[in-house]
Design a protein around this ligand. Structure first.
Ligand code: AMP
Ligand code: MG
Length: 410
């Protein structure tokens, strides 16, 4: 760490990893709720799911062919019936006879094997069977995939599409899950107007509101309620009351030390307890996290890139922790295509675009520093970010770096 840079920063600022840890510790998993099976994918199970039947529930043919007795190997046998999937045919398979059977059909009584059609030769009403037939060949026995009473998914397991298939097999129409948190968004700033308004002199359009809504959508959250609140404690408080039922509230802008940065005061009057205010990072130093009961609140800096990073690094971790999921974001390693500067005593977050190198998995990482903390134009194509710790020499082109994928990349 460079001594001069370190000394210029107040001692109360915390490091990004410590800030994430505090957020995750404060984020309590939401109470379990029953949801339709179709809505459960991507969530965590809040119950242990057991099989209430054997799977398969009947001896199942695994090939299209003939249900036969093994003594008839090498012989021509009479075809005495047909078993399509979805039917139960109680014609017994006796020596010298067989039934035509389809994949997925229940084997008729006394079937000893299913011989695939490709290994037979049909002669009118008879079929010539191969010389060797294995016992139980091409038959999935009752319970051979899963026994009744067996645990198929433990509480806490991720509900993948395959887990949905497993639960659907046992007729689960609803399942208890840890639901996704609900979000409220408040954008502050007297200068900020709705995106469909024509800004008057001195005004700008609200970029953070739509961006935070997009991030929420990308995380699969229900559409958050969003209000603009200007720069008065009373209007910010009124907006807070309108989203007071939400699990997480994001306030964009007004969190720094300017005369009209009134989010910290509004949060104090709202009754929130500050977890931290200011993180040793660039961009987004004024970041604030607070809680009121189980509710988490974030004061995100108004500059869109700082606001964006605040969501990517901290809010997303809280969302995942509230879903009882691993809060660690996904990333990979790659090679820098151009140099990255360090920022003295602060962790430097740099947006970048990672693209596949010549070898699969060999990412090439193109830094996109942006012209300013408001430059969402030169950075709109970023799909990842780098986290460059303080006190490092600038990273030259060709360095191996770890990067984190952005939420919402495609
Ligand atoms: P603040 O954090 O309120 O000091 O705002 C920092 C900078 O971000 C200022 O230039 C603001 O005008 C700008 N800003 C604040 N909120 C928004 C917003 N919702 N969309 C775009 N820019 C914003
Ligand atoms: Mg402001």
């Amino acid at each position: 760490m460079r001594a001069s840079a370190t000394m210029s920063e107040p001692a109360t600022m915390i490091r990004p990893d410590a800030a994430v840890e505090m957020v995750v510790r404060a984020a309590e998993p939401r109470p379990a709720r029953s949801v339709p099976l179709a809505d459960a994918v991507g969530l965590r199970l809040a119950e242990t799911v057991t099989a209430d039947d054997d799977a398969p529930p009947f001896p199942r043919a695994m090939m299209d062919g003939y249900a036969v007795r093994r003594v008839d190997a090498g012989r021509a046998v009479r075809v005495v019936g047909r078993v399509p999937a979805g039917h139960f045919i109680d014609t017994r398979v006796e020596g010298g006879t067989c039934l035509e059977i389809m994949t997925g059909a229940a084997c008729p009584p006394e079937t000893e094997a299913v011989v695939p059609v490709e290994r037979t030769r049909r002669e009118d009403e008879a079929v010539v069977l191969p010389a060797a037939i294995e016992a139980a060949e091409n038959i999935a026995a009752v319970g051979s995939d899963c026994r009744s009473g067996q645990t198929i998914l433990a509480a806490g397991a991720a509900i993948t599409p395959l887990a949905v298939a497993a639960m659907a097999s046992f007729g689960r129409t609803a399942v208890r899950v840890v639901p996704r948190p609900t979000l409220g968004i408040i954008t502050t700033g007297t200068e900020v107007v709705a995106l469909d308004a024509q800004p008057a002199p001195g005004q700008i359009r609200d970029a953070n509101g739509p961006m935070l809504l997009a991030l929420a959508t990308a995380l699969g959250l229900d559409r958050p309620r969003h209000f603009r609140a200007g720069d008065r404690v009373a209007t910010i408080l009124a907006a807070l009351e309108r989203v007071a039922d939400r699990d997480i509230i994001l306030l964009a802008g007004g969190v720094s030390v300017g005369r009209y940065d009134l989010v910290p005061e509004a949060l104090r009057q709202y009754g929130a307890e500050t977890l931290f205010h200011k993180v040793r990072q660039k961009p987004g130093k004024p970041l604030l996290a607070a809680r009121r009961g189980r509710q988490l609140l974030f004061g995100l800096p108004g500059n869109p890139l700082a606001c964006h990073l605040g969501f990517q690094r901290y809010v997303a971790a809280a969302v995942r922790a509230m879903q009882a999921a691993d809060p660690t974001p996904e990333g990979a390693d790659g090679m820098l295509s151009s140099a990255v500067a360090t920022k003295g005593g602060r962790t430097h977050f740099v947006l970048a675009s990672a693209e596949q190198g010549e070898r699969p998995g060999a990412w090439r990482v193109h830094p996109m520093p942006g012209a300013s903390s408001a430059d969402v134009f030169g950075t709109a194509g970023a799909n990842c970010y780098l986290e460059v710790p303080p006190g490092r020499e600038p990273l030259p082109a060709g360095s191996q770096v770890a990067f984190t994928w952005l939420i919402g990349r495609s």
